[in-house]
Ligand binder design. Structure first.
Ligand SMILES: [Cu+2]
Length: 176
């Protein structure tokens, strides 16, 4: 007698790998996802775009802005609260814009900090084509000119703060 049990095992593994979800039956095909370049393992499955972001940094800020357009988060060392928004209340793509920034240590405004703002697209491996300029306005407020996010997609905005020779970074996710 031939024993078919090993063969049955292989078949059941193949069924598990194949698409068995609702509306499945299309086999182990793939479908385009909303995120550029990504593919779903099975039609109707959620995309796994996040897995394609090896160079992204953990966000330290809120993913959504408040009613007045402020994004807020902490630097990685927890020392500085960073708030920012586009001066026109939005974050445009493919157009120069300016940011206003507020830095707080507890309830105290942070003055005299060195502040650098940059942005990066982890999916594409590039940043901005311009280096923005920061000006201190006083009372914990700073203005950043020359921001240009030249394409839509997933960006990470980095705010680097140097206080007393100690540097730390706040990172914000932006889906544009
Ligand atoms: Cu890009």
């Amino acid at each position: 007698m031939t024993d078919f049990r090993p063969l049955l095992g292989v078949l059941s593994i193949a069924i598990v790998i194949g698409c068995a979800g609702p509306g499945g039956g299309g086999g182990a095909g793939s479908a385009a996802c909303a995120c550029e370049g990504a593919e779903c393992a099975c039609p109707g499955d959620p995309c796994t775009c996040g897995a394609r972001r090896p160079e992204s940094m953990p966000s330290t800020g809120l993913l959504t802005a408040d009613a007045e357009g402020w994004h807020s988060g902490l630097t990685l060392d927890g020392a500085t609260r960073v708030r920012w928004r586009g001066v026109e209340g939005e974050t445009p793509t493919n157009r120069l814009f300016a940011l206003e920034l507020e830095l707080l240590d507890g309830a105290e405004p942070v003055t005299g900090a060195e502040v650098g703002v940059s942005a990066f697209m982890p999916d594409h491996g590039h940043g901005m084509n311009y280096v923005p300029q920061t000006t201190e306005l006083g009372a914990g407020h700073y203005r950043v000119e020359g921001m240009l996010l030249h394409m839509p997609g997933f960006w990470q905005l980095h705010v680097d703060v140097v206080r007393g020779g100690i540097a730390s970074r706040a990172t914000f996710d932006l889906d544009l």
